[in-house]
Design a protein around this ligand. Structure first.
Ligand code: NAP
Length: 309
């Protein structure tokens, strides 16, 4: 006989949407927040594309509201990181160990640990995040109408984001550290033939300039270390994403990039009672609303699993 205890790892839109659905169905639900309670949306200033908020909503307000909604239905939030997880077989509970060593058992688990954008790793990137620095063109491109933008990276994301950003920006500069691109040829060619896009190869980004908002980007030549500044109001770092799946590496199937594989259109993993949702399963869309949608699906799958004892 299965119990009724569900652990949700991750407190972004996927985790808290799963918690809302599960707790409201009477499942005993615990959300483990991880190191960033509320997830990546809490880094975002204003969210303009989450349905239902015609005037936009601050990322942190949206997440606190999701948390309150889940807790209203009885979900418990644990502001702690899970340091290890041992999955049981079909009839056994799954054992979770917290960072302080506490061990807890659950009958079902939803993995919604998200992903993190790769960063430049310089202080000005964090200081100006949400003030012109972004890692998501779909989320933030519309804030940069009629102004220059710099996109760093040479992969498919950099090409696609640069192309998308030409809808808004006066001009888009792609900065890449090498001569050749990792991106597919047709995306590079599309960028090269777009009159609003200028490409700077063999340059690294040394600094993002500006006090209260982005005013420019300082580049350094890889070949002779000379520097140049590109004035801009937006800086998009398109260095790819790292899914937060280290916890389950070797225990569940991951794709070549480390994203957790689930049995689309469901959210089941190969282990009964273990489900995946949100950006840690999604190499493509990575939006708050898509994460929330898969959180809903994972909760419905988990509720059904717990019912069918
Ligand atoms: P990616 O392919 O890993 O490319 C990341 C880019 O960022 C690379 O050009 C890399 O430079 C650069 N980079 C990383 N760290 C850097 C650093 N510290 N300093 C300077 N440059 C750095 O990531 P992605 O473009 O997000 O794509 C991820 C996956 O999604 C890929 O499989 C891609 O094909 C797929 N995708 C597909 C599409 C599409 O088909 N339409 C769209 C988006 C993404 P180097 O090249 O020098 O390593």
């Amino acid at each position: 006989m299965r119990g009724n205890r569900l652990a949700i790892l991750g407190s972004g839109p996927a985790g808290y949407t799963a918690a809302i659905y599960a707790a409201r169905s009477g499942v005993q639900t615990t959300v483990f927040s991880g190191r960033t309670p509320g997830g990546m949306l809490t880094w975002t200033d204003i969210v303009e594309n989450y349905p239902g908020f015609a005037d936009g909503i601050e990322g942190i307000e949206l997440m606190m509201s999701m948390q309150a909604q889940a807790e209203k239905f009885g979900a418990v939030s644990e502001f702690d990181a899970v340091s290890s997880i041992e999955f049981g077989n079909n009839s056994s509970p799954h054992k979770i160990t917290l960072s302080g060593g506490t061990e807890l058992e659950f009958d079902a688990v939803i993995l919604a640990m998200g992903s993190e954008p790769r960063k430049l790793g310089i202080p000005s990137e964090e200081r100006l995040r949400g003030r012109g620095v972004s890692s998501c063109a779909t989320c933030d491109g519309a804030f940069f109408k009629g102004v220059p933008i710099v996109v760093a990276g040479g992969g498919d994301s950099a090409m696609e984001e640069a192309n998308y950003l030409t809808r808004f920006a006066s001009e888009v500069h792609i900065v890449h550290r090498r001569e050749t691109f990792r991106a597919s040829e047709h995306l590079v060619n599309r960028a090269k033939s777009n009159s609003k896009i200028k490409i700077h190869t063999n340059f690294t980004v040394k600094d993002i300039l500006g006090d209260s908002h982005v005013e420019g980007v300082l580049l350094e030549s890889v070949s002779d270390q000379s520097t140049m500044t590109i004035p801009c109001r937006g800086f998009f770092c398109a260095f790819g994403h790292i899914p937060n799946t280290a916890l389950v590496r070797g225990k569940l199937e991951l794709d070549a990039e480390g994203y957790l594989k689930v049995a689309y259109p469901g959210t089941h993993t190969a282990i009964p009672g273990v489900f995946g949702a949100g950006d840690c399963t999604d190499p493509i869309y990575r939006q708050a609303v898509t994460a929330a949608a898969t959180g809903c699906k994972a909760a419905m799958d988990a509720i059904r699993y717990l019912e069918n004892a």
